[in-house]
Design a protein around this ligand. Sequence first.
Ligand code: ADP
Length: 366
Amino acid sequence: MAELELRELYKTYYKNRKPVEAVKNFSLTCKDGEFVALLGPSGCGKSTTLRMIAGLEVITAGQILIGGRVINNLPPKDRGVGLAFENYALYPPLTVYENIAFNLRARGVKQEEIDRQVKHIAEVLRIKDLLNTKPGALSGGQKQRVNIARAIVRRAEVLLLDEPLSHLDGKMRQQMRTEIKRLHIDFKNTTVLVTHDQLEAMALADRIAIMKDGLLQQYGTPLEVYNHPLNEFVAGFIGEPPMNLFTVNVEAGDGEKQFRFKETDIHFKVPDRYRELVREGQSYRLGIRPNDVKVVVGEGQYSLALKVAVFENLGEERRIMIRLNGSPMIIVMQERYRLAPGDIVHVYFDPERTHLFNLVDGTRIQ
Ligand code: ADP
């Protein structure tokens, strides 16, 4: 296993002679044995980055190092990477067993050891029954699992997984997520996973690189990006349901600064931690996670009395949607209240658990 380092990586494609900057100034270190997820919406440059690491795409500028060695000009097979890509074909004439065994045979591993490894990985990934099948007869999800198995037994220095669970549904997806995590604990492969699914990234990765429009937005542990998003984009992308974001104006009232939700008369005292940072007359973006809002039914000491627009009972939890003059506020409730549209609830949130962003460029203020 080895450390992977990306240094100021760029990729420009040309579409009808017009440049498309798919990846811009992207730097990141994935430590030896670390599991990193590249996360972001479709088209943000995740797969392009992975393909550059794999050697399937020419790098426009920058460097890629594996184990301290620049690999920019090495062909894919000499880079020490194991790939599980969606369209990275299995060998059709070979059985699943032989597909998984292929790289081990090429390396001269003894048959007994090959047999042990192939059966072990097939067991973990639940494809044991398929070992004598040829790829043509497999479903998309089964092919994905064979691909993962093949990449893992290679014991490459860096394992690259591109949306490895995209063809699996519901329960199987969750099971495989757990198995991939377990395999990582066992094998400690330096791993880069591409996904657009933030839950997958949060569950699997030691660190997450969040991308938008080819640019790295934040690189941190799942807790860091959840608790301390560096900008409004990350704040809205991480978390399900996503963080509520509102425009608030700062006004003077009762001798102290007040936040007023834009175009409403709903206001509250600016929390102490922001008092020195905000200016009267200015607008900001205030973020509140749906789990950080508390609801009290009936009269209470809480200042925001709001009307329920939508109520959903999801069994484990309940979700309320409230409109603050057009901006939705989603609240996740564990309490077993049953509410209906039009009910008035009293809403309370801990100012310590809010997030404040610059209105213009979305950067975090605190
Ligand atoms: P993601 O994996 O995050 O969905 P991609 O890396 O596939 O994003 O794509 C990033 C950007 O590069 C997109 O705008 C996409 O249209 C463009 N792109 C990707 N591959 C090519 C290509 N072969 N030719 C031209 N543009 C491409």
